[in-house]
Design a protein around this ligand. Structure first.
Ligand code: E4P
Length: 218
């Protein structure tokens, strides 16, 4: 199980990389727009910071446009992976990009059939959106489990990225359900590392240590 960071914020990426736990980054148009920066230069900078795949999403809705955007984005850095929404045009683009050796992450996946089609078209990654399914009253983790079962039964090499992660329990559940990767917002990564008993433990150790610091030498 790997962890990616779901952000386009350079500061968050630098911090997470310094912790040594992040093996990739996913972005989307909303996350990029939040940064108020030119898209391609931002993606290039992110890809230089991270030793692993960096997903950059296309905006076109026609395969031809998606392919043109993908070719341009993939020239920015070898780490760049092209994020493509699951639509019939998206599938066409995934197939064409696979033939050109360009890796894709098929996004906005809300059903096992969508994941299967993406894999059959040649996607390197599929991204089921766990939190958005939960928000709509469905079970996002159940979808991750279903996709993992199908991929494993049929020897499909496409990796599953559990996306739209809202809290630390989603990460544990996604790992148990067979996701290869969870992509998490920085806030969730930060919540994952913290525990009140750890803080209390450190405080007590330091207090006890301080008590015996100025003892007379024997
Ligand atoms: C995935 O790659 C997406 O960027 C992301 O996980 C979407 O999450 P959201 O539902 O919090 O917007």
């Amino acid at each position: 199980m790997k962890l990616f960071l779901d952000t386009a914020n350079l500061e968050e990426i630098r911090t997470a990389v310094s912790w040594g736990v992040i093996q990739g980054v996913t972005t989307n148009p909303t996350l990029v727009a939040r940064e108020g920066r030119e898209f391609k230069s931002l993606i290039k900078e992110i890809a230089e910071l991270v030793n692993g795949p960096v997903s950059a999403e296309v905006i076109s809705t026609e395969a031809e446009g998606m392919i043109a955007e993908a070719e341009e984005l993939s020239r920015l850095h070898p780490n760049v992976v092209i994020k493509i929404p699951i639509t019939p045009e998206g599938l066409k683009a995934v197939k064409a990009l696979k033939a050109r050796g360009i890796r894709t992450n098929v996004t906005l996946v809300f059903s096992a059939n969508q994941a299967l089609l993406a894999a059959l078209a040649g996607a390197s990654y599929v991204s089921p959106f766990v939190g958005r399914l939960d928000d709509a009253g469905h079970d996002g983790i159940a979808l991750v489990r279903e996709i993992a079962e199908i991929f494993s039964l049929h020897g499909i090499a496409t990796e599953i990225i559990a996306a739209s992660i809202r809290h630390p329990l989603h990460v544990v559940a996604a790992a148990q359900a067979g996701a290869h990767i969870a992509t998490v917002p920085f806030r969730v990564l930060d919540q994952m590392v913290r525990h009140p008993l750890t803080d209390i433990g450190i405080e007590r150790f330091l207090a006890d240590w301080a008590k015996v610091q100025n003892l007379p030498q024997k």
